[in-house]
Design a protein around this ligand. Sequence first.
Ligand SMILES: Nc1ncnc2c1ncn2[C@@H]1O[C@H](COP(=O)(O)OP(=O)(O)OP(=O)(O)O)[C@@H](O)[C@H]1O
Ligand SMILES: [Mg+2]
Length: 305
Amino acid sequence: MNSGRLTVENACKKYGRQEVLQDVSLSVFAGERVALLGHNGAGKTTLIKLILGLTGLTGGTIDVFGHPTGSDGARRTAAYLPETVNFHGMLTGREQLRFFARLAGESGKQVDGVLEKVGLASAADKRIGTYSKGMRQRIGLAQVLMRRPQLALLDEPTSGLDPISRRTFYDLVDELAQAGTAVFVSSHALTELEARTDRIHIMASGKLVAAGSLDALRKEAGLPTRITVKAVHEKADAVAAKLGGERVNCSSVQLTFGADEKLDRISAIAGLEKGLVEDVDLAPPSLEDLYRHFTAKGDGSDHIN
Ligand SMILES: Nc1ncnc2c1ncn2[C@@H]1O[C@H](COP(=O)(O)OP(=O)(O)OP(=O)(O)O)[C@@H](O)[C@H]1O
Ligand SMILES: [Mg+2]
């Protein structure tokens, strides 16, 4: 038991004969932003529901900031944004949030501020039935923010949001984490998560196949880094010969190498004589590359942890 974090230990879940989760262990500390990735049916929502006590474990334990999962204490500690948010269509956004505040035993005086934060101030008095998918998603997020929870469980929270709203969403996640909330986000949106989470967990077929910071996952995977060197007109062959790279078209040379060679390769490029190189683009393995690597490796039959 630990009052400063969420701890999942060897969580197992079966539905009938199907083992949906097998020996999943992880922690999320206060103030951390942790992502949960995995294919459709990998078990992400099931894990979140287990943490919330909405469904029971068939093995293992879950401790929510010092409270066993399913207890009143755990329920008070965690706020949840489900995959699909459903509200009463007749209520306005403001009414919904006031109602929610009353249920939580709060006065509701923060409702206007939260509506502003999620960008719904101007739609606050329209019925939720008239809201777009993204606007309903924002009401769900507003409910999480109003709780100022110790633990926020967000299940694919950006699925209905446009690109700018996604960015605003992650700004709000940062704010929550800075205020000390442990944020656990499941998502398929790899690119946006890359820069906005502290640690990443990857699941495949109910098993955790990788866990760590982006840097740690890069080290563990050992995937190559790529540098694309754009050569000055008609100098691509000369650049390829000097750097030992591969010419990919009439003007670019690609170098592919292990992460430990990065500095040597960069200094070799910097050391080239003037008039050969126009531009340089460095691409370390992306989260998508890592995701592919670890899910292919795990493919449901291996357990790496
Ligand atoms: N109530 C249930 N009864 C039986 N099987 C279930 C139930 N809920 C989930 N499952 C099964 O558990 C597995 C994991 O489902 P889960 O919803 O956790 O996946 P997910 O990772 O959230 O997927 P997605 O990315 O599509 O949301 C699936 O095979 C699903 O069919
Ligand atoms: Mg899901």
